[in-house]
Design a binder for this molecule. Structure first.
Ligand SMILES: [Zn+2]
Length: 403
């Protein structure tokens, strides 16, 4: 038996008046999903437990069978794993952004203008982080370059008893009010302060100013965490799995769970991504390499939710149906391979709210060869609520799927 999870990030939504009070998932033309629905179990699953952060990290942990109340260790260690940085049990990791601060005289009075420094290129950022590492790094604290503005600080024997602020939460605000507090907070603030002296007139930043781009003139340290201690997916479920995603956090969860993370060139995490590359990679893993389980993660619907792009959200769902689900099913069918497919979002990202919510999401489990036909079945939020099939503990969905 082969198992395919198609994770439609943030696809769940609310009824939308201009769509005639249906949701994007219901409105979208999803020919393949519609063919599978009558043969599927459909219901609602609560992926984010009460009190947990409403993140893609917690929600995807849950879908993969890990209760986020037990297995969430912060976002930066997941990013570290996806960057290929190996962590010791005693390491504490911090997300280190390259940001743009205003030019006020004293550091405390500077205003945070951009949490991403105009989405600086990975090449430029690599040079800047190397300069930071050279001056501020030592045997205990090490800066690692990542992608664009997203980098990493690993602190041997560090502490997570520290209060830090995500930079995207304090845009246009004076940073003095958001100084870190708690263990090692003076050192962290000192690092941020010194980074300004290293970066502000760095040749890379002078060149960016000339091009009309914002300088990456400071680091901003936040998002503390420790090495995820996830039981191996293979030990837990006795299948060999791979994760296919464009998103660091999701790759990191897969790697942390001992799964293979397959990189697909041109996978963007957006509505226009390399769908074919992702579908091909899934098919290759299952058929050519004869492995059991694949988790195909599509970020597009979530991105469109955050940007309040209704048409693109619908399009993203339609592309997933046509360019991911259809070819995978076709390939498995053509070889008469028995399989199950789970289609599920991690959380809703309603267009109206432009952010995640912790509400339950609709799921669909299709099993090839299942002869139970329910003509009325359709896969959307409204119908899923009417089936009365509800999974309260999201991390048990994987047990249901793999049983
Ligand atoms: Zn998500």
């Amino acid at each position: 038996m082969k198992y395919v999870v198609v994770l439609i990030d943030g696809a769940a939504d609310e009824p939308i008046p201009v769509l005639g009070d249906v949701t994007p998932l219901e409105y979208a033309r999803t020919e393949t999903i519609d063919q599978l629905a009558p043969y599927s179990s459909i219901g609602m699953v609560h992926t984010i437990p009460e009190g947990c952060a409403k993140g893609s990290d917690t929600a995807n942990l849950s879908v993969l069978g890990y209760d986020p109340r037990c297995y969430y260790f912060g976002r930066s260690p997941l990013e570290a794993l996806s960057m290929g940085v190996s962590l010791k049990d005693t390491d504490v990791t911090f997300r280190t952004n390259l940001v743009t601060l205003s030019e006020e005289e004293t550091y405390e009075h500077k205003i945070i203008l951009d949490h991403s420094a105009d989405e600086i290129t990975t090449e430029e950022a690599g040079v800047l982080i190397a300069a930071i590492e050279q001056t501020l790094g030592d045997d205990v604290r090490k800066f690692h370059p990542g992608v664009s503005y997203r980098h990493l600080l690993v602190w041997d024997q560090g502490s997570t008893s520290v209060q830090l602020t995500p930079p995207h939460d304090i845009l246009e605000k004076s940073i003095g009010a958001y100084q870190p507090s708690g263990v090692n907070s003076e050192t962290i603030w000192e690092f941020m302060k010194k980074s300004y002296d290293i970066l502000n007139h760095h040749p890379i930043n002078e060149a960016r100013r000339e091009k009309g781009l914002r300088p990456a003139n400071s680091i901003w340290i936040w998002g503390e965490g420790t090495k995820p201690q996830l039981p191996l997916f293979k030990d837990k479920y006795h299948v060999e799995g791979a994760v296919i995603s464009a998103v660091d956090l999701i790759k990191g969860i897969g790697i942390g769970a001992g799964m293979t993370s397959i990189d697909v060139e041109g996978a963007t995490g957006n509505v226009h991504t390399n769908y074919k590359g992702k579908a091909d990679a899934a098919i290759k893993w299952l058929i050519e390499e004869d492995k059991d389980f694949v988790y195909v993660h599509l970020e597009g619907p979530d991105e469109c939710g955050h940007r309040n792009e209704l048409d693109n959200k619908i399009k993203a769902i339609e592309y997933i149906d046509e360019k991911i689900i259809k070819p995978i099913i076709k390939a498995l069918d053509s070889q008469s391979i028995p399989y199950k497919m789970l289609v599920v979002p991690d959380h809703p990202t309603p267009l109206r709210l432009r952010t995640h919510t912790g509400e339950p999401v609709p799921f669909m489990i299709y099993q090839k060869g299942n002869d139970v036909i329910n003509e009325h079945n359709s896969y959307n939020e409204d119908f899923a609520k009417t089936t009365g099939y509800s999974i309260e503990a999201g991390h048990t969905l994987m047990d249901v799927f793999l049983q």
